[in-house]
Design a protein around this ligand. Structure first.
Ligand SMILES: *[C@@H]1O[C@H](CO)[C@@H](O)[C@H](O)[C@H]1NC(C)=O
Ligand SMILES: *[C@@H]1O[C@H](CO)[C@@H](O)[C@H](O)[C@H]1NC(C)=O
Ligand SMILES: *[C@@H]1O[C@H](CO)[C@@H](O)[C@H](O)[C@H]1NC(C)=O
Length: 229
């Protein structure tokens, strides 16, 4: 949108909020040389299914990936202050499972408390964010937060119209144990995911699937603070 007062053109609310701060500082006669930091910005990956439908892994991944791209690789700065890039901090590294309040409050993290990733934040075109490139060793499993009916429906799709070979999870076959919906679905989801060459969206399953790595302990986040400045 175009700001009718300044005629500056905005493509995102992040820039508009920063410029609002710059205008406020200017009105208070604060020198433009005073650095501005964005100390918290992010998106929750999970929330109350009725009240907070936009708190989802997909949206969190989209927001944080676009944020990094915008801050690190796009033309830096805002329409009002082109070239002047504020330092930006993602909120937040870990989920805070004991946080009270709306469900989303406990779900802003890139990682669960036990160190496994909530979603795989792929940062392309920038070095220094993800330490280990797990692109080639990702797997698709049933999401912890998806309900069992959704997981079952997605498995039925994967083994039916999705044409995954689900022989191995039939009774008596090698992957029948453990015999529960999530384990079977994870097999079916991953078979489909691999058959699609791990294409974007092929682990979605209406939110019932999630991308992961086999050995989450190898997965670590490496934040090179220089990349943010
Ligand atoms: C900012 O500076 C102008 C010009 O010197 C002055 O009129 C105004 O009162 C100042 N505003 C504040 C908030 O100090
Ligand atoms: C990463 O960026 C390169 C160069 O811009 C592009 O060729 C490649 O397809 C991108 N990879 C992914 C996974 O987006
Ligand atoms: C991840 O990085 C660590 C430290 O560099 C290394 O020891 C480990 O082998 C890497 N894991 C993979 C899967 O590349």
């Amino acid at each position: 949108m175009v700001d009718p007062n300044t005629l500056l053109h905005y493509t995102n609310v992040f820039d508009a909020m920063l410029d609002a701060v710059y205008v406020a500082l200017k009105n208070l006669n604060v020198s433009a040389a005073v650095p501005v930091l964005v100390t918290e910005t992010g998106w929750p990956s999970y929330g109350d299914r009725k009240e907070e439908p936009y708190a989802s892994r997909d949206n969190a991944n989209t927001y944080n990936s676009n944020l990094i791209k915008h801050v690190v690789t796009d033309k830096p700065g805002t329409p009002m202050r082109p070239g002047a890039q504020a330092s930006v901090y993602i909120y937040e590294l870990f989920n805070e499972d004991l946080r009270p309040g709306p469900v989303s409050e406990a779900n802003w993290g890139l990682f669960h408390g036990n160190g496994t990733p909530v979603y795989l934040l792929h940062v392309n075109g920038t070095d220094g964010f993800l330490g280990n490139d797990t692109t080639d060793r990702t797997f698709c499993i049933a999401a912890d937060d998806a309900d069992e009916k959704a997981v079952q429906a997605a498995m039925d799709w994967a083994c039916g119209p999705g044409r995954s070979d689900c022989t191995a999870i039939q009774p008596g076959q090698g992957c029948y144990q453990p015999n529960d919906v999530r384990s079977h679905a994870s097999f079916a989801f991953n078979t489909y995911y691999q058959s699609q060459g791990k294409a974007g969206g092929s682990c979605y399953f209406q939110g019932a699937g999630m991308v992961t790595t086999t050995d989450p302990s190898e997965y670590f986040l490496f934040i090179n603070s220089d990349a943010y400045r």
